[in-house]
Design a protein around this ligand. Structure first.
Ligand code: ZN
Length: 239
């Protein structure tokens, strides 16, 4: 009954969980301009989050990455830099992710389990590369719109409507530049610490717990999708 057993195998990209809590995640850091202020907000709320970091940022400020890890947050990989993994051969993608995860584990002192592809871009070939590198791809099911040129009120509405028990909420703690392999990134004004403070305040009022992706998956099963995305920029899926 090989096919039935295969059906039961955990397979696909994690997009949400069956947990009662919201998993809070940050991409594109660590960044001295944003991360320390966000860490202060998370500490005030007593909340742990998952940080999908770029090695192109970590290498510039490994002490900041250690500060994030030592504050009890979960360290995960967003990539060697912010270029699309879908543009690499499977071999190059596997090698690049393996090396980045090893380096990140050595600096953070944590086992690196999750990988979030830049722009959410993931083909079947890239998926295989991620799994071969020992990582599991994680996307998101709710966003703060902190990467989009909208008002603060619209961001709050978007986050609150999307952040339900089991959702994985996307936010950012880094600004991308050429050292991350990105040019022409539009500058978006967003008071991220204020945004996260208000989102966490709203979730606390409604009695919804918030934590890391890993903690949510331990509490409830991972919800997976086999749908692959190759969004063009600008992407409706954030960055
Ligand atoms: Zn990103």
């Amino acid at each position: 009954m090989r096919s039935r057993r295969q059906l039961r195998l955990p397979f696909g990209t994690i997009v949400a969980t069956a947990s009662t809590r919201v998993a809070l995640s940050f991409d594109d850091g660590p960044d001295e301009r944003i991360t320390p202020d966000l860490l202060a907000v998370l500490a005030e709320h007593g909340v742990s989050a998952t940080f999908f970091v770029l090695m192109s940022k970590v290498r510039r400020d490994p002490d900041l990455l250690r500060t994030v890890a030592e504050a009890g947050h979960e360290i995960s990989l967003h990539g060697p830099d912010h270029r699309r993994i879908t543009e690499l051969s499977r071999r190059d993608a596997t090698l690049g992710l393996s090396r980045a995860a090893d380096e990140l584990a050595a600096i953070s002192g944590q086992t690196i389990r999750w990988y979030r592809p830049p722009y959410g871009a993931l083909t079947a070939r890239a998926f295989v590369a991620v799994r071969q590198s020992g990582l599991t791809p994680v996307l998101w099911s709710a966003t703060t719109w902190d990467w989009k040129d909208v008002t603060h009120a619209q961001r709050i509405d978007k986050a609150r409507s999307g952040a339900q028990p089991g959702s994985i909420l996307l936010a950012h703690d880094g600004l991308l530049d050429t050292l991350d392999g990105v040019t022409g990134e539009p500058e978006v004004r967003c008071d991220r610490p204020k945004l996260i403070d208000e989102v966490l305040g709203g979730l606390r009022e409604q009695g919804t717990g918030v934590g890391t992706v890993g903690a949510a998956i331990e509490e409830g099963d991972a919800v997976r999708s086999l749908r692959f995305l190759r969004p063009r920029r600008p992407s409706p899926w954030g960055r």
